[in-house]
Design a protein. Structure first.
Length: 88
């Protein structure tokens, strides 16, 4: 009889592929710094998650998305994982 995965394991591993990223910037007060938002579309719309990084973190994240072959997001642990980065 095939072994069934435990329900505990299924609950704890919730990693989804990032299939699209939508970036936006919002002005909060005139002349004041704004706020960046990165909306992660996971598994072609099966789920989504919104990040509110600082300007510096947004810069790094956009570069990582551009340099990586793909990314995954662990919904439970809130970890963004980039794959296949070229090491120079």
């Amino acid at each position: 009889m095939p072994r069934q995965p435990s329900s505990r394991t299924e609950r704890h591993i919730q990693v989804r592929q990032v299939t699209h990223v939508q970036a936006s910037w919002t002005q909060e007060d005139r002349g004041a710094p704004g706020a960046f938002t990165l909306q992660l579309i996971l598994d072609n719309g099966a789920a989504e998650y919104v990040l509110r990084p600082t300007a510096e973190d947004t810069d790094v994240l956009v570069k990582l998305f551009a340099r990586s072959a793909g990314a995954t997001f662990d919904l439970e642990r809130k970890v963004l994982i980039f794959g296949n980065l070229a090491v120079k």
